[in-house]
Structure formats: structure tokens, C-alpha cells
Design a protein around this ligand. Structure first.
Ligand code: PMV
Length: 319
């Protein structure tokens, strides 16, 4: 049995950086994200293979990635061996590969291939076991993740906006988010304050989102991202995810604001920067980020929905 699902990557406005349970991947604080249309992963799961295998954009994945995929299948009660093929519709060579869209698409495709009927919350909880932020890519839109699963709190069209993503580096990041957040939790003197800040930021972000206040929400997202990086930088050894182009983009976003264009920055655990802006400002923001030395590519993304099955077959020849 075989099924294909798609899922969008998401970018958090209130970020997840710290687990309360490392084995169960439960977050210390709630997070809020929006799914992005152009960052799409398509994953096909074929059950009944002679052994488990995982290919990402045609390349065999590492043993660690395969183990994480197996953990999702095990949690779904799927014992058949699986051939998993995952393709990203965005430049992964540039380091934009997304575990969020990948594990969300995997959970949805695997359950469909196994003929399981699971609701969105169960699928979200399964995706979480691959990567925490994947829990939010299952419901898509504006998603809140508080404990075992995430749910959509507002549709993608709640607030007209664009995320202008500047690709500021290449290759895998030096410390993955799983190890990075563990290090921050164990060694950063700022970590407790960071977690408390997220607990305050979530209700405020939801209020601004419902009020349609893009400047308020953009400013909150920028503060939240910089505080997450302050926590990471305060770790021992320090976690520096930025490249020179990242800092160049931060200044470019600040200059845009000084010139009257509403744009706010957010950065995940990597070098890339996403500028939040109104759709009518996206072209100006894109041009400003393209002009920053070291920026390799710029993608303008719009809000998107959740993960979904796009194909399912149980042809005997597929077994
Ligand atoms: O899902 P993970 O384990 O890759 O963690 C994601 C962490 C951040 O991207 C930095 C923040 C977030 O909430 O997405």
C-alpha cells in the first residue's frame, strides 16, 4: 500500500526552543507559526518493502534521519517496512531543507498508506515525534502547539502578509535544533527568562493576530526571535547560527522600517532570515534583501494550509 502526502514548512512568530521532555518531544512553552506556500514537501510512503529506506531529494538519508522516521511509524503502530521518498519543492542545497514539512508529510502519508483513519490532532502528535515543529505543519495556517499536538487557531487568510525568505548560508547547520535547545536549557543563564517570555508572548501574539495588527505582530515576532538567539548565544559553548549575510539582512530590515516600509525579521536555528511584511510591500522587501552581500536567493512566501493526502493506492503490484 502506498500513499503520497504534501505539507508546508512553517515559521514561528513565537518560537519553540526548549523541551520539557526530551524523549516525548514536549515543549517547555507554547509556540505559534504560519505555514508557507512555497516551502512544500511531497512524501510517498510505500509499505511492505524488504527494509526501511528514506530518500530526501533523491539522496539516501542518514541513519539518524531514518531512525526518526521509523519512530513516527512505530508510534503509529506501523510494523511493515517502509520505502519513503521525500521531495522538497524548494532549494534544499541552499540549506532550506525542512524537518517540519518533511515529518508532517511523512506522518500523513504513512497513516494513509496503512489505511488508518486518524484525525488531525493524532497526526500532529505523530509528526511531533519526528521533529517538534512538524506538529504545527499538520494543521497548517496559524497553528499553536502547547503540548502533545498542535491545532489551527486561524486560517491562512486571517491576516494578509508575506514572508520574504533570504537564503543566507549553505549546507547543514553546525548544531541541530534538537541538540541546540538541549544545550540552551542546560547551560544558558537566559533560558528561564526566555521560556517565561514565550508564555507571555503567545496570548499577546494571538490578540494582535485577531486584531489584524501586522505592525504589532511583526514587532513581537522580531523581539521573540532575537530573544531566542540571545538564549542560544548565552549557551556554553555558545550557539551562533548567523552568517554575515544574516546580520546584513537584519540591518536591511531595520533600514526599510526607518524609510517607512513595515518589515520585521525572524530567524530560526540557522542563518536564513524571513522578513514579515504586507503583500503590497513584498517586492520592495525582496529587492532590499537581494541587495545584501552574501544573500544567495530570496523567496516570497504566502500563508498556506495544512498537510494532506494527494494520492493513495493499494495496487498489489505496489506491495
Ligand atoms: O522542530 P525542531 O526540533 O527542528 O525545532 C525547531 C526550532 C525552531 O525552528 C528554531 C523554532 C520553531 O518554533 O520552529
Amino acid at each position: 500500500m502506498k500513499a503520497t502526502a504534501v505539507a508546508h514548512a512553517n515559521i514561528a512568530f513565537v518560537k519553540y526552543w526548549g523541551k520539557s521532555d526530551d524523549a516525548l518531544l514536549l515543549p517547555e512553552a507554547p509556540s505559534l507559526s504560519i505555514a508557507l506556500d512555497r516551502l512544500l514537501t511531497t512524501t510517498t510512503v510505500e509499505l511492505g518493502a524488504p527494509e526501511d529506506s528514506l530518500r530526501i531529494d533523491g539522496q539516501q538519508a542518514s541513519d539518524a534521519e531514518l531512525r526518526r522516521a521509523r519512530a513516527v511509524l512505530d508510534a503509529a503502530g506501523i510494523r511493515d517496512r517502509a520505502r519513503i521518498d521525500s521531495r522538497n519543492g524548494f532549494p534544499t542545497a541552499a540549506g532550506l531543507a525542512s524537518s517540519a514539512s518533511g515529518f508532517a508529510a511523512l506522518a500523513v502519508a504513512a497513516c494513509a498508506a496503512a489505511g488508518q483513519r486518524r484525525d488531525e490532532r493524532e497526526l500532529s502528535a505523530l509528526a511531533r515525534l519526528g521533529s517538534g515543529s512538524a506538529a504545527r505543519s499538520v494543521p497548517g495556517g496559524w497553528a499553536v502547539w502547547e503540548d502533545r499536538d498542535a491545532s489551527q487557531v486561524a486560517t491562512p487568510d486571517q491576516l494578509p502578509l508575506r514572508l520574504v525568505v533570504a537564503v543566507c548560508g549553505q549546507g547543514p547547520k553546525p548544531v541541530g535544533s534538537r541538540d541546540g535547545m538541549k544545550r540552551s536549557r542546560q547551560t544558558s543563564p537566559f533560558h528561564g527568562a526566555w521560556i517565561e517570555q514565550c508564555r507571555r508572548d503567545l496570548p499577546e501574539a494571538l490578540r494582535l493576530l485577531r486584531a489584524g495588527d501586522l505592525p504589532g505582530l511583526g514587532a513581537l515576532a522580531e523581539r521573540n526571535a532575537l530573544r531566542m538567539h540571545a538564549d542560544a548565544l548565552g549557551s556554553d559553548p555558545p550557539l551562533l547560527y548567523w552568517e554575515p549575510a544574516t546580520v546584513g539582512c537584519l540591518h536591511a530590515v531595520r533600514r526599510l522600517r526607518e524609510q517607512g516600509t513595515g518589515a520585521w525579521a525572524t530567524i530560526d536555528a540557522g542563518p536564513h532570515l524571513a522578513a514579515i511584511c504586507a503583500p503590497s510591500d513584498a517586492a520592495r522587501v525582496e529587492a532590499a534583501l537581494r541587495a545584501v552581500p552574501g544573500v544567495r536567493e530570496v523567496l516570497v512566501c504566502a500563508p498556506a494550509g495544512g498537510a494532506r493526502v494527494v494520492e493513495r493506492s493499494s495496487d498489489a503490484r505496489d506491495r
